[in-house]
Design a protein around this ligand. Structure first.
Ligand code: ISE
Length: 335
């Protein structure tokens, strides 16, 4: 029997998840959607034959909703995820889990009280074939011990006056999670440098930024975050080890040779670059629910840890200091 998914939020990401669930994921249907903009919800629902429910709370409680995907604005995540925990329904929440570590800890606390993991966080890079292959190479010891990681995270453009903190909470948070996941250790301290600002930025956003993380074992990770890079979307990640390096490759694509040029295209945005990762993430989540093992990919604890590092990054950006990351102790529920 198919898992009936209810989707909260039908903006860019919610609509894309509905499309993928409705067309590329087996044993899943989208039974209901909701959005503050009910007109937008109706349009997205129509494409997959889902119902529109007026409010998120009613959607979470609905008898035809077995599991919930939260893709609404970041500040609403906490309330909806807590309501899913109370309703005993598996939930996949888009990243970041919450805007503050305190809010994420409340989710962790509620899940620990229930004694069962049912909250997953949408850090989709954990499902990208390139990132998965890098993780495998590290596990196999292919480059011996990792020493440094170099990352690039570029978007074509951001909205005018996007808050600079959003470059850390919304974008670099992916490198934070990828670092923790690839290395299997926590990030201990953070610095953030703002350099010369691009004249192409509309508004006050400080862009680009360079974030530097240092892990517990001393691996240094540099991340260029540039959300107005103009030319397209690009993510790079290279781990430097004692005997070699391993780098994330992009999905295969055509190489065009014409008019004395050899060209390949650059992705338009993350939905394009990480299309396969999103499909695998959703399939794994559904497979987990079917198998009675509903927490897959990043957990609520991972969501908390990532948000705590991002918050340290925002403090580092404001103060120019090296900021230590102070995590609560990890509950046994998270292994
Ligand atoms: C966006 O919200 C995402 O999550 C994308 O994966 C990320 O690359 C982008 O920078 C964010 O704005």
């Amino acid at each position: 029997m198919a898992v009936r998914v209810g989707v909260i939020g039908t903006g860019v990401m919610g609509a894309d998840h509905v499309r993928i669930l409705g067309s590329m994921v087996s044993r899943a249907t989208v039974s209901a959607v909701t959005d503050l903009d009910l007109g937008r919800a109706r349009e997205v629902a129509r494409r997959v034959g889902a119902r529109v429910i007026d409010t998120p709370d009613a959607l979470i409680e609905d008898a035809d909703v077995d599991a919930v995907l939260v893709a609404s604005s970041d500040r609403t995540h906490e309330g909806f995820v807590l309501a899913c925990l109370d309703a005993d329904k598996p939930v996949l929440c888009e990243k970041p889990l919450t805007p503050t570590p305190e809010a994420a800890l409340r989710i962790v606390g509620r899940e620990v009280d229930r004694g069962r993991r049912t909250v997953s966080v949408g850090f989709m890079r954990r499902y990208d074939p390139g990132f998965v292959a890098v993780k495998q190479a590290l596990t196999d010891g292919a480059i011996a011990e990792p020493l440094m990681i170099h990352c690039v995270h570029r978007n074509a453009s951001s909205r005018p006056n996007a808050p600079t903190a959003g470059l850390i909470h919304g974008s670099a948070v992916h490198e934070i999670d990828a670092t923790r996941w690839l290395l299997g250790e926590e990030i201990a301290r953070v610095t953030v440098h703002r350099g010369r600002r691009s004249s192409r930025v509309v508004g006050e956003t400080a862009d680009p930024l360079l974030c530097v993380f240092e892990t517990e074992s001393g691996v240094v990770v540099d991340v260029e975050v540039f959300v107005n890079a103009q030319y397209g979307y690009e993510v790079r990640c290279e781990v430097v080890g004692e005997t070699g390096t391993v780098m994330v490759d992009e999905p295969p694509q055509a190489v065009l040779r014409s008019a004395q040029r050899r060209t390949t295209s650059v992705a338009y945005d993350w939905r394009d670059r990480f299309a396969e990762a999103y499909r695998r993430e959703l399939q794994d989540w559904i497979d987990g629910i079917v198998a009675g093992d509903p927490q897959r990919g990043a957990s609520a604890w991972d969501g908390y840890a990532a948000t705590a590092v991002a918050a340290a990054g925002v403090e580092a950006l404001a103060t120019g200091a090296i900021v230590e990351v102070k995590l609560e102790s990890r509950p046994a529920l998270y292994g």
